[in-house]
Design a protein around this ligand. Structure first.
Ligand SMILES: O=C(O)c1ccccc1NCC(=O)[C@H](O)[C@H](O)COP(=O)(O)O
Length: 234
């Protein structure tokens, strides 16, 4: 399945799934890519690996469980994905082209999203990363660096969208936009960046830290309308 094929639903990923009830609710609201951050650098996991594997194994066929991780060793990534019962991975740590090439050699069956972390003044570096890594991955995701915490994911902060927009126009692979998106700004972000898809974590959470159904619904509706408007525009 090509998640970016035209005529399909827009690509929407929601990260930080907490349990089976939340996974089911996200599916009911039209979110088919569910992100499970595990083996991380800065953050604490929302659930155990066993709980995540159990949810992923029981997802309906049209849904995809995406493991989001800071692992960088190809063998370790491969065996971790087998343990988790998925072939979809978002690699969030810096990685050398040789490591990604080796992962692809070991596991041609994987669907690999690679992060491109926007730090502010680094357009040339990001362009180079996209060029050097593009051969070995299926998509990129731009995300925000937070200098206050050192975090590069789930920051709830936007970055300079013109940097993501430039990557979208030059990248050899589809680029998903993440970082500080929410129901109120996602349409503006899509119009500005024209990404292949969008991703959100904290922007659809309620005060209790769980995904809020109404916020998820508003995010999905705003995303669908924004992509429909883009099609009329182009
Ligand atoms: O989602 C996490 O908990 C996470 C933790 C550490 C690294 C990456 C992580 N997620 C990656 C994502 O794809 C998030 O959805 C993305 O960073 C957006 O988060 P937010 O700014 O809160 O919408």
């Amino acid at each position: 399945m090509d998640p970016f094929a035209t005529g399909r639903e827009p690509f929407i990923q929601i990260a930080g799934v907490i349990d089976r009830v939340e996974a089911q609710m996200l599916g009911e609201e039209g979110v088919h890519f569910l992100g499970f951050p595990l083996r991380l650098a800065v953050h604490k996991e929302d659930l155990s690996e066993e709980e995540a594997a159990d949810i992923i194994r029981n997802l309906p066929p049209e849904h995809r469980g995406v493991v989001i991780t800071y692992l960088t060793d190809p063998l370790e990534i491969s065996s971790f994905l087998k343990k988790m019962g998925t072939r979809s991975v978002q690699l969030h740590a810096p990685m050398a082209p040789a490591a990604l090439r080796e992962l692809r050699r070991l596991r041609p069956d994987l669907w690999i999203i690679k992060s491109l972390i926007v730090r502010g003044d680094d357009e040339a570096r990001l362009d180079r990363e996209a060029t050097d890594l593009g051969e070995w991955v299926d998509a990129f995701i731009t995300d925000t660096y937070d200098p206050a915490t050192g975090a590069t994911g789930a920051t709830g902060k936007t970055h300079d969208w013109s940097i993501s927009e430039a990557l979208v126009s030059r990248s050899p692979r589809p680029v998903i936009l993440a970082g500080g998106l929410n129901p109120a700004n996602v349409a503006e972000a899509i119009a500005a960046v024209r990404p292949a898809g969008v991703d959100v974590h904290t922007g659809v959470e309620g005060c209790d830290g769980r995904k809020d159904r109404l916020a998820v619904r508003a995010f999905v509706e705003a995303t669908r309308s924004a992509y429909a408007a883009l099609e009329i525009d182009t």
